[in-house]
Unconditional design. Structure first.
Lengths: 369, 535
């Protein structure tokens, strides 16, 4: 039930010395090495990094941000959300609206409206699209939409002390309901095709290497920001309370704390982080559709964190990378075995690796760090 | 070859015709009208033949419909049986004509023919034939039918057929020139339950371009208005009845799915995300049973569903028990991890079924006694839905008996209420967990049998109902069957009543919002156990 004391950091340093070095190296890699190898080194060179690789890694970085967010709410606070895919997709849709606007008249029907609206014979943008031609408003939406939804949903859920599996199931129903909603054409977001065929951001073509490199670097920056933020949060007093909620909420309440506001805060923060990740993901992958909101996607997020190791700094990053790396390997080479693998991963990790890869490594090292 | 068959059929029909009445009843003038080049004359000829309302006329019209009435070059109407005969006298032609062609029947004639044939069939001796033709005439709009209807009504004694005929006659009389007839018709049609009739009556109340009422007589208008209102009330009632039925049907399925879920959740505190796959296993067990019956007991194929019930229960229960022993029991006390592990199991099972049976849906057909439906007012309640409602209450009753009357039930209740205490007094909790999990899965298997009869059977079958049934468990609370029952039926009926207004998707969202609202007041569900037992 309760986690060992070793998972609640005492007055620990922010990062160990090795941690800082790793962070510096990774930043160098993300901001300097990869972009320049991709943009400036010609394709013929052995050192050139292909657009495919940059996109794949950029995509995984976005997943890592989601995993960090999931780790905050599940790993540290002990609340398993099965709806984080929704926040991710909402962020993606919010920025996707801006991207659709940027297509301008280059769509198939040469209209001011996106193709799917022309197809539905709509004459003007519906209200949801108001202001989305301004990137600032679109970026605000990326934060506001998942944030507000999480705030309202969380307020009602936490206030009535819904917890444990109940909460998980309800978040799952929430993302399922939204998926159905977004599948409808009348909702105004392209129905089951969603958004695709993006052309440019701020007037710059989206598929050109400099833009790809910029998106990649931005994603990396967002990930580093997310890691630093969550690390800072967990070391703070708020972070202590969050772990206390996980380990014994009743005792915390008897100590005079009201867990609702803490839960609500971390839940909303986590949703916003997912929204940002979604907004970075969509321009790199080039498509967003309601499939992203399927309950399966949200559960997969949980397993990334479980595989890597909950309540650790590295765990979510490792988990998201390993699972998604395996996914792109399997879906290319043995598509029919991917579900077997994923299913077994869920079962075996929960049965035999409750502390994930990080826990396993620590165990092998025999250390308590 | 084909011609031979046609002849044989023609002969048979002809013989029947002869047996019933003398053929010379046909009016020669009317029949020769069929030979006319003029379309209107041909139409009139059909009317004239139909008006004679005897068996020979019916037979001739049927032959005409089949394109087996012919014309010689000099305009004689002939039929072709063993030999070529004149259509009126039935005398063989001598010499046989060298060249003849079918009477041309275009679409308008065809529809007139089918009405006329139906009208003539009203006089048949066979109740089924009369009933079918009365049904066929329900939508007829040709006032020329009135005399035939009157004739049929004068002899008809079957109340069901009479009602149909009276109704049809009233509809036709609405167009009558006689205001009294219209008034009577408008009054009589207040008993109707058809939207079409309502529109006809409502149309009488409209004004035309010049501002005059379509129906000039005020009295008739009043009667029509009254009838419109009464039909509206009836239609609304029927509508509600239909929704109630589909709500009950959905609710009973949710109940079947949620029963097993509620047991395992109540007992083990574990939500089994692979529960949906137990449904799928049950449905595939039904499919396999059907295949075995088709191959080995084709004569008993209608009863394969009955045989599938125990098969599905045992298979799903066995799978469930294996899962409990190998995976779930190691995770007791860690409910969130169980959620993930059972999700993994569900992915695994889906893919396994895909590999064995293919990703496509498999075909499971209703046995004959489950297809079709019983008609109520003017809606059809399908038998398979009715049986499933009955089946789910049967399962519910069994569950209730099992939980309240057997030793295992006693154990399950005791462990649900207080696991530690039950263990102290010697209840083998681990065995109870195993049995309960098997029971829950087995019931899901039964639900799978039911689902196979109303929907597609494919690897993703379980996914479509599972979230709704979780909602049932969340809403109903655990520990009591009553909670699950009320929540399942309530959600089913509520959804079906809301759906026509806001659509299926918004209904789902509304239901979710309502459930969240309900748990604001009742965090443990509507029917949670009270006191310490709930903890």
């Amino acid at each position: 039930m309760s986690m060992d004391a070793r998972y609640t950091p005492q007055i620990e340093p922010f990062f160990s010395r090795n941690g800082w070095i790793a962070l510096a190296l990774l930043s160098l890699l993300a901001f300097v090495v990869v972009p320049s190898l991709f943009v400036f080194v010609p394709d013929t060179s052995a050192f050139h990094i292909s657009a495919y690789t940059v996109t794949l890694v950029g995509k995984i970085i976005c997943y890592c941000i989601v995993a960090v967010a999931m780790n905050l709410i599940w790993g540290y606070t002990g609340i398993l959300s099965l709806g984080h895919g929704l926040f991710f997709a909402l962020g993606g849709y919010a920025f996707g609206m801006y991207l659709m606007r940027q297509i301008g008249r280059d769509g198939q029907y040469q209209s001011d409206l996106p193709d799917f609206m022309v197809f539905l014979d709509w004459k003007e943008y519906p209200w949801q699209w108001f202001g989305t031609d301004h990137i600032v408003w679109a970026l605000l939406l990326v934060v506001l939409v998942p944030g507000l939804l999480a705030l309202v949903f969380g307020f009602f859920a936490f206030r009535s002390r819904i917890k444990g599996v109940y909460f998980s199931i309800i978040t799952q129903a929430m993302t399922f309901a939204f998926m159905l909603l977004f599948f409808r054409n009348e909702t105004g977001f392209g129905g089951n095709n969603g958004f695709t065929d993006f052309k440019r951001i701020l007037g710059f073509p989206i598929t050109e290497p400099p833009m790809r490199a910029a998106l990649f670097a931005l994603s990396a920056a967002a990930l580093i920001g997310a890691v630093l933020l969550s690390r800072h949060l967990i070391r703070s007093k708020t972070g202590r309370i969050l772990t206390a909620i996980r380990d014994s909420e009743t005792r915390l309440m008897f100590s005079g704390y009201n867990p609702v506001q803490y839960k609500l805060f971390v839940w909303t923060l986590s949703a916003v982080m997912c929204g940002i990740a979604g907004a970075l993901y969509v321009p790199q992958v080039g498509i967003i559709n309601p499939g992203e909101m399927s309950p399966a996607n949200s559960i997969e997020i949980a397993v990334w964190v479980a595989v890597g190791g909950r309540a650790t700094i590295l765990g979510p990053l490792l988990g998201a990378s390993v699972v998604n790396g395996a996914k792109s390997f399997f879906t290319q080479s043995f598509p029919e075995y991917w579900l077997f693998f994923l299913g077994l991963l869920f079962i075996l990790v929960t049965l035999f690796m409750p502390r994930g890869i990080v826990g396993l490594v620590n165990q092998l090292r025999g250390s308590h760090k | 070859m084909l011609q031979g068959i046609k002849r044989a059929i023609g002969c048979a029909l002809f013989a029947i015709g002869l047996g019933v009445s003398p053929a010379q009843a046909l009016d020669a003038d009317a029949v020769s009208g069929l030979a006319s080049e003029d379309f209107a004359t041909r139409m009139a000829a059909i009317d004239a033949i139909a008006a004679s309302s005897d068996a020979a006329a019916l037979e001739l019209l049927q032959l005409l419909q089949n394109g087996e009435v012919y014309l010689t070059e000099d305009g004689q109407v002939i039929l072709e049986f063993d030999e070529i005969v004149d259509a009126v006298t039935l005398e063989p032609l001598d010499p046989e004509p060298d060249f003849y062609d079918s009477v041309i029947v275009n679409n308008r004639m065809r529809s007139k023919l089918s009405t006329a044939i139906a009208a003539l069939s009203l006089l048949s001796d066979d109740r089924e034939v009369r009933y079918d033709s009365a049904r066929a005439l329900e939508d007829a709009e040709d006032p020329q039918l009135l005399p035939v209807l009157a004739k049929a009504l004068s002899t008809e004694s079957d109340p069901e057929i009479r009602a149909l005929l009276v109704h049809t006659r009233a509809v036709l009389q609405l167009k009558s020139d006689d205001p009294d007839a219209r008034l009577q018709a408008a009054e009589a049609l207040g008993e109707s339950n058809q939207r079409r009739v309502r529109e006809l009556l409502a149309a009488m109340l409209q004004t035309d371009a010049s501002g005059a009422f379509v129906e000039p007589v005020e009295e008739v208008r009043e009667a029509a208005e009254k009838s419109v209102k009464s039909i509206d009330r009836r239609l609304l009632l029927i509508d509600h009845a239909a929704r109630l039925f589909s709500g009950l049907s959905l609710g009973s399925i949710l109940l079947l799915v949620a029963l097993g879920l509620a047991i395992t959740y109540g007992l083990l505190g574990v939500i089994n995300l692979a529960h949906g796959e137990m449904l799928m296993i049950g449905a595939y067990a039904t499919y396999v049973t059907q295949t075995i019956f088709r191959q080995h007991f084709p004569e008993a194929i209608d009863w394969y569903v009955v045989a599938a019930i125990p098969v599905a229960f045992v298979v799903a229960a066995a799978v469930g028990m294996v899962l409990e022993r190998t995976v779930i029991r190691w995770l007791y006390g860690r409910p969130l991890e169980t959620l993930l592990a059972t999700w993994g199991i569900s992915l695994f099972l889906i893919q396994l079924v895909r590999q064995i049976f293919g990703a496509q849906n498999v075909e499971v057909s209703n046995p004959s006694w489950m297809s079709g439906g019983v008609e109520f007012m003017n809606i059809v309640l399908p038998y398979n839905r009715i049986y499933i409602i009955g089946f789910s209450f049967f399962v519910l009753a069994l569950m209730w008996l099992m939980l309240s009357r057997t030793r295992l039930g006693l154990f399950i209740r005791s462990v649900t209420q207080n696991r530690a205490m039950a263990a102290c007094v010697g209840v083998p909790t681990s065995r109870v967990d195993l049995m309960a999990f098997g029971l829950g899965s087995g019931i899901a298997g039964l639900a799978g049998v039911a689902l196979s009869q109303i929907g597609n059977v494919g690897p993703e079958l379980g996914q479509s109902y599972i979230i709704d049934s979780f909602m049932v468990v969340v809403l109903g609370g655990v520990g009591q069957l009553a909670g699950t029952v009320y929540a399942a039926l309530g959600l089913g009926v509520f959804s079906k009543f809301i759906e026509p207004h806001i659509g299926a998707v918004l209904t789902k969202i509304l239901v979710l919002a309502l459930i969240i609202a309900v748990i604001q007041k009742k965090p443990q569900g509507l029917f949670a156990l009270k006191g310490r037992a709930a903890a």
